[in-house]
Write a protein that binds this ligand. Sequence first.
Ligand SMILES: Nc1nc2c(c(=O)[nH]1)N[C@H]1C(S)=C(S)[C@@H](COP(=O)(O)O)O[C@H]1N2
Ligand SMILES: [Mo]
Length: 366
Amino acid sequence: MTTDAPEGTVATEQITREELQLATRNHGMPLEAMRYDVTPVGLHYLLVHYDIPVVDGEAWRLEIDGAVARPTTWSLDDLRAREVVTRPVTMECAGNGRARLTPRALSQPWLLEAVGTGAWTGTPLWPLLDDAGLSSDVVDIVFTGMDAGVEGGAEQHYQRSLTPDQARDEGALLVYELNGAPLPPQHGFPLRLLVPGWYGMTSVKWLSRITAATRPFAGYQQAQAYRFRNQPGDDGEPVTRMRVRSLMVPPGIPDFFSRARYLRPGPVTLVGRTWSGHGTVTEVQVSVDGGSTWVDADVDEAPAPYAWQAWRLDWDAPAGTHELLTRATDSTGATQPLDHEWNLGGYAVNSVHRVGVTVTDHPPDP
Ligand SMILES: Nc1nc2c(c(=O)[nH]1)N[C@H]1C(S)=C(S)[C@@H](COP(=O)(O)O)O[C@H]1N2
Ligand SMILES: [Mo]
């Protein structure tokens, strides 16, 4: 550890015991699972700040309160009786890529796998708020989860907020099913918020209360965490939508321990997924020579807004060792950077994906 690492970060490659503890409670999506259009439930990534609450779905209620004309209480059956929407949505943790930074924030040490695409079923958020009748002076809508813990030195429920405009315009859903079955406990049973296109922290799980506030919400997850800062004490800009990213299914077979890849020489189709919370991905480029030259991959249309897109590229793999790279550009023209862009919390690190591979007829030797 060096002494110039800012508070809350470390400048070593070694993983601390606390990071390991988080990494075993939470988990990423194995990259080979990108072969599924919709991620099977147990393969979807998982991020839980505190403990997973045990909830009785019969007794559970959602309260809508605060500055509304008609405070309301909803059972799960009441919500199921409203308009039903099912859509595939790709969700990524804002900390995906954090563990690749130096120094890195001490938090969940994600490499690249904190992503998944669920087929989410629920009811649109805005009509419920509209029925409740928001006062004209409402500035934030606060979403409260049932889970509680201590973070940043304060006891809290997990809470995030949206402005009324965001709650109306972002296509947010209150979801009660994942891939055609009730939400599993770890993904927010019985109800969660889902804000398509945004990093996962916005999509509050175990939702029990929606409060219309006439003062800006200054809770920990909104005002302290999830902000782009370069040093402690910076006010920072809020982390919101997912930056453009592409990932490759690592080709060939892995070494058990190091996960180094081996591939037979000859034709292979490289495949992967790509997404952007700022629109759609218009281009994926692949390099098979460490970034010296780039080739356009075929990219499928998005099956729905903010659902990942498949890409593929045929490659005639020659014997030797190679570094494969993939880089996407979205409809705003934003492209993944070659190098990590550092920030204190390790948020939205969307640098190009690099996969080393040894092409040989005789693994493990080239
Ligand atoms: N109530 C609550 N909601 C939460 C969280 C949490 O810890 N508690 N984690 C958030 C974060 S940081 C992410 S990335 C997503 C992860 O959702 P998933 O575990 O269903 O993939 O949930 C978000 N919603
Ligand atoms: Mo997250």
